[in-house]
Design a protein around this ligand. Structure first.
Ligand code: PGA
Length: 243
């Protein structure tokens, strides 16, 4: 694992956006896997600027997203499809047909089965970005998820629903109880992975991910076995790391 400890969030997202830019410059038809949540927003803002400045183009890029809430359709402002359109896709030169977010409505078991096949058909993921939950989850792979899992449906942890209630006017009852997510195996098959973490509330999860036992109790700990992972964090998120 490569660790990048930076002074603040804006330095973190600049470094992450540069990794994306390099990937797209070297392989214009890259397959990217994108994340939602508050952490990656600044990365997307930097990428939009790079497109505006003509440093990069998403013309031939394909994207997959990690996850989606069950029951929220693309028009729901808290759906991850809406988030991606709003925070990135509507502002860059990507072909929207080349952007995939697992649908949260319909036959989710079928949708899950087809999702990994679609990733394979696209040639696999070149670069994948992750946030991390305060419980160590990656995407919606909550503690206990098998490392060999493919895209699947699941019941969300109460801690995750509490963490995400801030997006639903603080009302946990509005947060969906279930979701669809790429599995841990779907994620670690990506050629290159970057994980971003900022803030004290992520420090415990970061420590367990980097220096803890590899255990399904901390889904992100599996990243220790991946050959090309960079964790980009601020001093607060790194504050529990010891020698
Ligand atoms: P956050 O979520 O970026 O909103 O902190 C991260 C996650 O739960 O994976």
């Amino acid at each position: 694992m490569k660790l990048e400890i930076l002074n603040n969030y804006s330095e973190m997202v600049a470094v992450a956006a540069d990794i994306f830019a390099k990937q797209i410059s070297e392989k214009p038809d890259s397959v990217l896997c994108l994340a939602t949540g508050s952490t990656p927003v600044g990365v997307y803002q930097n990428l939009i600027k790079k497109v505006e400045n003509k440093e990069i183009s998403f013309k031939d890029v394909k994207t997959f997203n990690l996850d989606e809430y069950q029951g929220l359709d693309a028009n729901h402002p808290e759906s991850y499809r809406y988030f991606m359109n709003d925070n990135l896709f509507n502002h860059i030169d990507i072909n929207i047909d080349n952007t995939k977010v697992p649908s949260g409505v319909g036959n989710l078991d079928e949708i899950a089965k087809e999702y990994d096949a679609a990733i394979d058909a696209a040639g696999g993921i070149d670069l994948l970005i992750l946030g991390i939950g305060s419980n160590g989850h990656i995407a919606f792979n909550e503690p206990g998820t098998p490392f060999g899992s493919y895209t699947h449906t699941l019941k969300l942890d109460e801690r995750t629903r509490m963490d995400n209630a801030r997006f639903f006017d603080g009302n946990i009852d509005e947060v969906p109880t279930h979701a669809i997510t790429m599995g841990i195996y779907s994620i670690i098959r990506a050629k290159k992975i970057i994980l971003l973490a900022n803030g004290k509330h992520k420090a415990r999860a970061v420590k367990e991910t980097v220096q803890g036992e590899i255990t399904t109790d901390v889904p992100a700990s599996i990243l220790q076995v991946h050959p090309d992972v960079t964790i980009i964090m601020d001093h607060d998120a790194a504050s529990f790391l010891g020698d």
